[in-house]
Write a protein that binds this ligand. Sequence first.
Ligand code: ADP
Ligand code: TYD
Length: 156
Amino acid sequence: MSKIPIGLPRCAIISARKQEGSGIQLCAALWPCQHITCEIELFVDKGLFIVFEGGEGSGKSTQAECLLQRLLDAGHQAVLVREPGTTTLGLYLREYLKSKRPLTLESELLLFAAARAQLVAEEIRPTLERGINVVADRYTGSTVAYQGSGEGSVAM
Ligand SMILES: Nc1ncnc2c1ncn2[C@@H]1O[C@H](COP(=O)(O)OP(=O)(O)O)[C@@H](O)[C@H]1O
Ligand SMILES: Cc1cn([C@H]2C[C@H](O)[C@@H](COP(=O)(O)OP(=O)(O)O)O2)c(=O)[nH]c1=O
């Protein structure tokens, strides 16, 4: 575990599990940012996939940008992605989703899923395949939290 090149001195690894295939997934809690989580996937010979999740205003974007800068400063290649966003479709759907137009929960879920599918295909997967680290500001945890819980949530 000490060989993982994430350079986060205040990062406490709280769990690790083997993924299907070659990956190991680590779940980390950042201190003192107690309201966000940072999830790291390590794939042999591929980039790290590092996800920040948390409520609005909890500090995800700030910490994701700090980590990106730190990785770059340490000589690692890394890119930052944001959900929904980053791709042309993601940015388009972000505007639509923020526009407060009437949407069923199912439609909302599918629009977030469409933005993610495009992001994975266009950016996340090819970048990781090239051995470049990806830092993500939100990912599937947001969908589980926002569309998958609470009253009237969508069954997933
Ligand atoms: N560790 C921190 N300590 C204090 N303030 C912070 C910290 N991280 C972020 N902030 C501030 O909190 C606010 C929300 O941060 P932001 O990164 O935009 O959150 P999010 O992306 O989760 O919405 C910003 O004003 C930011 O400067
Ligand atoms: C990725 C994702 C985001 N969201 C929501 C959470 C946020 O309210 C919004 C994204 O807005 P954003 O401005 O990125 O949030 P933040 O203030 O945390 O930076 O979309 C979902 O409901 N489902 C999802 O799958």
